[in-house]
Ligand binder design. Structure first.
Ligand code: GLN
Length: 541
């Protein structure tokens, strides 16, 4: 019989439920339990693929091609396992299946109702994902904040599961404890209200994880215990840390796994978290700084700059930093700025490496191309991810091969020299407005050229990487570009698709049609990021 842990959030969004869920998974895994984790998002979108990353954060892509919330990436990085499509659901996805089933007469004439049919569908999805992962424990993160209308049916599913199997289900409330500057004291009242909200949904949290700037002290733990109906030892302190990978270690100091195991009636098994602790030490001990400029466009919301859209790229850089014993400092550079003032691009001389990550549409494109030109000409290590590969190809065509109007049909559909163009099967989909889950998605094999930097970096000829794109390298231009020195370092096994480009006589210049960032893990940094940072260290002035 599997066990279930529901993780919900109180007080505000962004308290770090994803990291807490992933960390709970890690500590149970370190006790020898097989763990999986899933995310429930309350929005009506069927998946994250159609959402603007500035609003929702990164769209994470799974091995089997699902476009999910970025938290799935956190689970993969912490648990070092692939999480698949079954482990992600949204309100849209749940309703879609219930409605489809109703149309097929599955409910045999019954009145299909929001309650219980929607929570029943949620429960059946949770059980299916647990079965498929053959997990002893499934950690289910419910998106949003308790008390809002949107996630109430998911809380109802959690309540029903607990009611049916009280010994196999627990819940964790992740809450925020503010320290208002005017008071200078940590306040517990918002958490008390959050617990009342969970109680209203018929759930009593078994644990309260308190997120705060500093550790929760004894008097406040006592207060939360008294007013929120939990044992003092079940109030777990989760202060801000330099590295999120330290969270499982902090949890263990609070004996969190031991307490969870006891509550779930599982056997206490010996703990092995040595490799993880060593990795955290490596991250913390790295002092030498390498500066990376990330030239993108999904940063700004109002007056605030948020790097959330590129979270997997950022984490991959951190993993690569630890592997090279350096601390990677990242600056977010808005490519729009280079379009408005091209001379600004010279500021890139201050960086040891430049990344152009994935992207869509026309805004900011010319700014990115200017940045890539600067990296190529000034021999600054460059890593281009998806759009970053396509734009590097365009830059090369324009400035080296002298095809002045080289572009992508994504930027201008009427262009005479479409170096990058729409994939054969994609134009039909766009003509029919089929935007959802219709890109080239998920893992595909790629064969590397034996003389390439990529081959040396991966150390093998055949690799598998995750994709998310509609456009591709136009094969009609292969000869003209390679004659001038562009290296087609990786191709699809049928040789039809260019998956990696490189430039010779450069410390490191690699563009990938795929997204290596989705496969980097703290215990096994991605080779391309590792070598990119190694090149940045080597060329550092
Ligand atoms: N917009 C490009 C395409 O669809 C690149 C996509 C990406 O960067 N993920 O092909």
């Amino acid at each position: 019989m599997a066990k279930y842990i529901f993780v919900m959030g109180g007080v505000m969004s962004g308290v770090g439920k994803g990291i807490v869920s992933a960390s709970i998974g890690k500590i149970l895994q370190s006790r020898g339990y097989k763990v999986t984790a899933m995310k429930i998002d309350p929005y009506v979108n069927v998946d994250a693929g159609t959402m603007n990353p500035t609003e929702h954060g990164e769209v994470f892509v799974t091995e089997d091609g699902d476009e999910t919330d970025q938290d799935i990436g956190n689970y993969e990085r912490f648990l070092d396992i692939n999480i698949l499509r079954d482990n992600y659901m949204t309100t849209g996805r749940v309703y879609q299946s219930v409605i489809e089933r109703e149309r097929n007469l599955h409910y045999q004439g019954k009145c299909v109702e929001v309650v219980p049919h929607i929570p029943f569908e949620v429960i059946s999805r949770i059980k299916k994902a647990t079965r498929k992962a053959k997990a002893d424990v499934n950690i289910i993160e419910i998106g949003g904040t308790v008390g809002e209308y949107q996630n109430i049916l998911f809380l109802e599913a959690a309540r029903m599961m607990k009611n049916n199997n009280p010994d196999d289900v627990i819940s964790v409330l992740v809450s925020f404890l503010p320290i208002p500057t005017t008071l200078g004291e940590m306040k517990t009242k918002p958490t008390q209200y959050a617990v009342q909200q969970v109680n209203e949904a018929g759930i009593q949290p078994d644990f309260i994880v308190g997120r705060s700037a500093v550790p929760i002290d004894e008097p406040r733990k006592k207060k939360i215990s008294v007013f929120c109906n939990v044992d003092k030892g079940d109030v777990i302190s989760s202060p801000d840390l330099d590295s999120v990978y330290e969270v499982p270690l902090i949890f263990e100091k609070e004996k969190f796994s031991e307490r969870i195991i006891k509550k779930l009636g599982l056997k206490q098994k010996p703990k092995d978290i040595k490799d993880w602790a060593a990795m955290v030490q490596k991250i913390k001990r790295s002092k030498k700084i390498v500066k990376i400029g990330m030239v993108g466009k999904y940063f700004a919301t109002g007056d605030f700059i948020l790097p959330d859209s590129y979270i997997s790229v950022i984490e991959s850089l951190k993993h690569a930093g630890a592997a090279n014993k350096v601390k990677v400092e990242i600056d977010w550079i808005n490519s729009d700025a280079y379009e408005k003032k091209p001379t600004l691009v010279k500021e890139l001389k201050n960086y040891d490496g430049i990344i152009v990550p994935g992207g869509f549409g026309t805004r900011g494109v010319e700014g990115k191309i200017l940045a890539i030109k600067y990296a190529r000409e000034n021999k600054i290590p460059y890593l281009g991810l998806c759009y970053g590969m396509q734009l590097a190809t365009i830059e090369f065509a324009r400035n080296v091969v002298k095809i002045k109007d080289a572009s992508s049909t994504e930027i201008n559909s009427k262009i005479k020299n479409p170096i990058i163009h729409i994939m054969a099967d994609q134009s039909d989909k766009l003509a029919k407005n089929q935007y959802g889950n219709s890109m080239r998605l998920g893992s595909y094999p790629c064969v590397l050229d034996k003389d390439s930097v990529s081959f040396k970096t991966y150390g093998s000829k055949k690799i598998n990487e995750r994709h998310r794109h509609r456009y591709e390298f136009n094969n009609a231009y292969r000869d003209r570009l390679t004659k001038k020195g562009l290296v087609l370092a990786g191709l699809s096994p049928d040789k039809n698709l260019v998956e990696i480009i490189e430039i010779k006589d450069h410390p490191f210049f690699v563009g990938t049609q795929f997204h290596p960032e989705f496969k980097s893990r703290p215990l096994s940094p991605h080779p391309l990021f590792r070598e990119f940072i190694a090149a940045a260290v080597k060329t550092k002035k």
